[in-house]
Design a protein around this ligand. Sequence first.
Ligand code: BTN
Length: 263
Amino acid sequence: MPMNEEKIRKSLQTQIIGTKIHLFDHLSSTNKWAMTRLVEGAENGELVLAERQSEGKGRLGHTWYSPPGGGLYLSIILHPNLDSAQIYRLTLVAGAACSEALSKLSGEEIHLKWPNDLYAKDRKLGGILCEARIQGDKLTGAVIGIGVNIHLDRKKLPSELESLAISLADLADREWNREEVAAAILNDLEKWYNRLKSGQWSEIVAFCDEKNILKGRQVEVISAGETFNGEVKGLSKEGHLILRLDSGEERHFFEGDTTLSCS
Ligand code: BTN
């Protein structure tokens, strides 16, 4: 059944997020739509959702698989008071919110695979893609894009996702209502975003560090075109990934692509 705006509003307890809700049957990408809207002068908190995306965007130029009804595809437009270099903070805020909301709903622990993946049972449940509009060194607007697998039709799943992806329906066998999942995530997102605004950055990092599936594990990090191997020590107070390289040297990464090494 297609999503219904009233059903989202019924469960939404937010002051900022969802001031306006834009619901589409089809978009190329909710993030792309939201970025255009931002340039046109969107209000703080506008929310866009689509039943399906034809060019859903993942990090690093990847495509986000977005079949109709199979997942939640949404983007939130915000006007945060951050420097342009602090956009990654929104990824951690969204990760904390999704982890908390989806754990409560599914009864399973939802981990974060730094910087932007949502993991359950060692498989990918969802992802976050933050984009920003920058003028000078100020971030004048941001878009937080969130994709969550709700129900995956394994027969139609692209082969590269077969052993990687998991859905909420795989975690808990119940009727999954996408409006309820969206509202739960957005309620927690506003709570964590308010923590960011009120200076509680260290609490956000501590939560993400505790949920970080990479902690203590051997990983490969590709950052700025270079590849590094080592053991993840955790997150620094800035929210950067701390890697103890095989050479013994410690490196901090503020961005990068991480892959668990086979043990
Ligand atoms: C990733 O894991 O690489 C991030 C995936 C983010 C996907 C979501 S789906 C809703 C929003 N719109 C997009 O085009 N991408 C994000």
